[in-house]
Design a protein around this ligand. Structure first.
Ligand code: KG4
Ligand code: ZN
Length: 341
């Protein structure tokens, strides 16, 4: 645990390079009960660079991380008005993600930690998402957490910081992946989630009866839904994009809401949280909030800018961990399949 000589305000610099977003953030974590303050958060997306290949190319991603990371480090320290030597700890995402991409952020953070003689913290990307609804707060309340992103869909029983039990996970596509694949079928751009949400706004969510898979399981499955859309498409004529988008979105929302509420009941928590790129979706946030209210549960979602990949959530997780006496060894390896908990 922390001793009396540890400074009260700890400034943490974090890097996130697990996939195709390079991000750097600086957070001043306040010990005690006053929360933390974000000093800088920089994100450089590589979406355009990978689009021409039809997906993320690991080799291209890691080369770009190296170029972007150094630029973002400078921008972040400038925005935070601090010198690198004033940072109290360095953190990086150590998994899950692309090995060669994770390696860039982790190597930079380790190098800085060694160079400045400061602690290093290896952070699980999923923990970053999972804690993001509490961003800036000093404490993590027990909750059932939904992480819905392009790479992951899972529900987790969170007892406390660092105490996580996976309840269910997708057996095939992640929710965001389903949004992206269906968007592609409909001729929309990438990332598909925001495009589908935009079209769904003027659509009828009841027009197409799409499957809600594995409703009685704690796991998730979205590939049947995507296939249902694929088989439906050749038979459709006229103006159907808005209605199909709305019906597809509603099918995903129905599954996520139902499983979140069931898990909250089973694990006897009074708080449901949601994070990850798909939790930017306004309809999902609205329907989750309403369902929680009906069931007498509290609901918390990450701010939209914190839902997609960023380093602020990694800095926040690192800051909470540091305040609670956690630290990593610089010899700790990155792990592309790093498990949560
Ligand atoms: O968390 P994230 O940035 O990356 C991963 O860690 O995977 O999530 C990206 C995913 C993409 O699949 C994207 O289509 C989805 O989040 N997404 C959305 C929305 N905004 C982003 N899905 C549905 N509705 C949105 N508004
Ligand atoms: Zn993510």
């Amino acid at each position: 645990m922390r001793d009396a000589s540890t400074p009260l305000d700890m400034t943490v610099l974090a890097l996130e390079t697990s996939c195709d977003e390079t991000a750097v953030a600086i957070l001043r974590g306040r010990n005690g009960h006053s929360g933390s303050e974000l000093l800088a958060s920089e994100v450089a997306s590589q979406v355009a660079e990978h689009e021409k290949f039809g997906g993320v190319v690991p080799e291209v991603a890691s080369r770009n991380h190296l170029v972007h990371a150094l630029r973002l480090l400078e921008r972040a320290t400038h925005a935070a008005k601090i010198d690198m030597s004033e940072v109290d700890a360095f953190a990086a995402t150590s998994g899950p993600g692309l090995a060669s991409s994770l390696m860039i952020g982790a190597s930079i953070a380790k190098g800085l930690a060694i160079g400045f003689g400061k602690p290093y913290l290896a952070i699980n990307h999923l923990e970053g998402h999972l804690l993001s609804p509490f961003f800036g707060e000093p404490e993590i309340k027990s909750n059932v957490s939904l992480i819905v992103s392009g790479g992951h869909t899972m529900s987790i029983f969170v007892r406390a910081l660092g105490d996580y039990r996976i309840i269910g996970r997708t057996v095939d596509d992640a929710a965001g992946e389903a949004f992206d694949k269906v968007a592609k079928l409909l001729g929309f751009g990438y990332p598909g989630g925001p495009e589908i949400e935009k079209h769904a706004r003027h659509g009828d969510p009841k027009r197409f009866d799409l499957p809600r898979s594995m409703l009685d399981s704690e796991n998730f499955s979205f590939s049947g839904l995507k296939t249902a859309v694929r088989y439906l498409l050749p038979n459709l004529k006229g103006d159907f994009l808005a209605d199909l988008s709305a019906s597809f979105q509603q099918a995903i929302v129905d599954v996520l809401v139902r499983k979140a509420i069931a898990a909250a009941e089973k694990y006897d928590v009074d708080l449901v949280t949601v994070s990850g790129g798909v939790s930017c979706n306004q309809e999902l946030r609205k329907q989750l909030r309403e369902a929680c209210k009906r069931e007498g549960l509290d609901f918390k979602s990450a701010e939209p800018w914190l839902c997609t990949d960023n380093a602020a959530m990694i800095a926040f997780a690192a800051s909470l961990r540091l305040q609670n006496g956690f630290e990593s060894k610089v010899t700790e390896e990155i792990d592309p399949n790093l498990a949560l908990g």
